[in-house]
Ligand binder design. Structure first.
Ligand code: LLP
Length: 438
């Protein structure tokens, strides 16, 4: 049962110094490094649950389902944690469908399936799993869905994912709501497509969905996009369609520049502002609201723990080379994303001396950097440092580039650390490869 909107959810940051050592909740990151080596991802279970509750409570006054975007962090344990609290899931592949099935089977019926290129096997698996809603991204996909549903004798609930042509100020790679993007269907064409869909008995036009992009810090574009969807729903209902779901997508951003003890840090307020902006537009609308937050739920619960291998001087520059690389965290290389980097051990007593350095990984690419020209407390080989706010789109975007095994993941619950994914071995990496003899 959702808790009343007024209830206060504790929202303290999980990362803090105790006895000059960085902890995630009750666990020292030095002890994690000792037991599990580095690099390693560490997540606070408490914060993931709290963030989900913030969303759930902020929308408690209307029927809603918070469909966590699996791509942000698809760890089975995290999916199970959220599924057990009543979360639905936003998936974009047959693989993510199987993750939800494995993690928490009852949540299959709370799945929305987005994605611009769904394949027949993926559509079939989702139909058989009786997911809540297909977010259809093209007319061709709609007709494929109709055909597969008819073949399987199942009625497919669908929403067109409309492209509202709303600008959201974010990195161009993660903005999706403009006509020039590959996502969704031009909102001005949607009404006619819903009309054409009535030809197919296997299709149930159950909703309308929208997602304008990711890491959006202002709530205004969300309200603008939702308003356009509401206007469309009014037209669709006039046309006789039984539209029950409004999927407002995900995309609420976080402040990656926040330090761990920033007094302004107030995620509850951020979610409440977002909810107020949406609720203002939604007013008395009679529809079940779906939301697809990913980053806001998991990003700040996670950190990437890494060890300094080398500190080297090249010309005027100082490079701090860590044992984590762009294959472990690609966000800085891909989006010039900023992540705060802090040492695990705080220097005692005297004034902290800092240097301006580049923090880079060992991968053979100049793009393999975590920070450029950043003032950091001085570090030496062997020291541990942490990249903050890496719980979202960190592990889920890892690769084996340079034949580097992926790092392990640990879930921290109070003062306990649980290994939820072991470090890959070289044997794992060679597993799928074939070496034919000619
Ligand atoms: N729904 C749909 C249809 C999406 O495409 C996405 C994210 C979400 C929900 C969740 O958005 P969120 O609440 O997490 O912003 N790799 C990039 C982010 C890519 C986002 C892709 N779609 C990054 O590291 O910033």
């Amino acid at each position: 049962m959702p808790k009343p909107a007024s209830q206060k959810v504790a929202t303290a940051r999980p990362f803090s110094y105790r006895n000059r050592t960085l902890h995630c909740d009750g666990v020292s990151l030095a002890s994690i490094a000792e037991q599990h080596s580095t690099p390693a991802y560490v997540y606070s279970e408490r914060q993931i649950s709290e963030r989900f509750q913030l969303f759930d409570q902020a929308f408690a006054t209307r029927p809603h389902t918070i469909c966590y975007a699996v791509k942000a962090n698809s760890s089975l344990v995290i999916l199970r944690l959220l599924g057990e609290q009543g979360a639905g899931f936003d998936i974009v592949s047959g693989g993510e469908l199987e993750r939800v099935r494995k993690a928490h089977k009852p949540a299959l019926q709370r799945i929305v399936f987005s994605g611009v290129g769904k394949q027949v096997w993926e559509i079939d698996a989702a139909l058989k799993a009786n997911i809540l809603l297909f977010n259809v991204e093209s007319e061709a996909e709609l007709y494929l869905l109709a055909a597969r549903a008819e073949t399987l004798g199942i009625r497919a609930r669908f929403a067109l994912r409309v492209n509202p042509d709303v600008f959201a100020d974010t990195h161009p790679y993660i903005s999706t709501g403009l006509r020039e993007h590959k996502f969704g269907i031009d909102i001005t064409l949607a009404r006619a497509i819903y009309k054409r869909a009535t030809k197919f008995k296997s299709l149930d036009p159950a909703g309308v969905s929208v997602h304008i992009g990711s890491q959006i810090r202002s709530v205004r574009p969300f309200a603008a996009a939702t308003q356009r969807v509401l206007d469309l729903i009014a037209d669709l209902r006039k046309d006789g369609h039984d539209i029950r779901y409004l999927d407002a997508g995900g995309g609420l951003g976080i402040d990656y520049h926040d330090s761990i003890n920033d007094p302004k840090f107030n995620p509850q307020q951020q979610v409440q502002n977002y909810a107020a902006a949406l609720n203002k537009v939604l007013k008395g609308i009679d529809a079940h609201l779906l939301l697809e937050p990913g980053r806001f739920i998991v990003a700040q619960a996670g950190a990437l723990l890494t060890r300094v291998l080398v500190v080297k001087q090249n010309g005027a520059k100082t490079f701090v080379i860590t044992d984590a690389g762009m294959n472990d965290l690609i966000r800085p290389a891909l989006y010039q994303a900023h992540h705060e980097i802090i040492p695990v051990k705080q220097t005692a007593g005297k004034q902290v001396t800092t240097s301006v350095v580049d923090v880079v990984g060992p991968v053979c690419e100049s793009g393999d950097f975590f920070a450029r020209d950043r003032a950091l407390p001085n570090v030496k080989p062997g020291d541990l440092v942490v990249l903050l706010d890496t719980g979202a789109y960190g592990m889920s975007l890892t690769s084996n580039y340079n034949t580097r095994p992926r790092p392990p993941e640990l879930l921290i619950t109070g003062d306990k650390a649980q290994l939820i994914r072991r470090r890959e071995t070289l044997k794992d990496l060679f597993g799928p490869e074939l070496l034919p003899t000619f």
